[in-house]
Design a protein. Structure first.
Length: 138
């Protein structure tokens, strides 16, 4: 049975970058924990994330191009933890999948996972930077 023809197609008007899965509770707790009255700790942690993840993803790409699948698995494990600490749930799931794929020495499907991780990072970065720019309530 077909859906209502007046309803938009699910892909219609969707952005090119997928909407990220974010654990709002973790992200909010992070902001509370790191914002102790001075924004320095929060800004430093977020800057490290915003610079570190792309650097790590570039390292993953390099290791894949050199067929160092075991190294990619280790890097994916680190990215998984980093994403989890910031509430980037989907990014963490993709990193876990990459870690699993590399554990089976199946580097062939790794490129697609890294593509997804890069897109998800860009989407999450938008959320994180908008939160950093927003004035804190309190």
């Amino acid at each position: 049975m077909r859906g209502d023809p007046t309803e938009p197609h699910p892909d219609e008007n969707e952005p090119d970058v997928p909407e990220p899965d974010v654990d709002e509770e973790i992200l909010s707790e992070l902001f509370v924990l790191l914002d102790d009255g001075t924004p320095d700790g929060l800004i430093t942690a977020c800057d490290m994330f915003l610079v570190g993840v792309p650097t790590a993803l570039a390292g993953v790409r390099r290791a894949l191009s050199e067929a160092r699948v075991a190294d990619v698995g280790k890097m994916a494990h680190t990215l998984r933890g980093t994403a989890g600490a910031f509430g980037a749930t989907r990014l963490g799931r993709l990193a876990a999948s990459l870690e699993d794929v590399c554990g089976r020495t199946d580097g062939a499907s790794a490129d697609a996972l890294v593509d997804g991780m890069e897109a998800e990072f860009l989407a999450f970065r938008t959320i994180l930077t908008s939160r950093l720019a927003a004035p804190t309530a309190g």
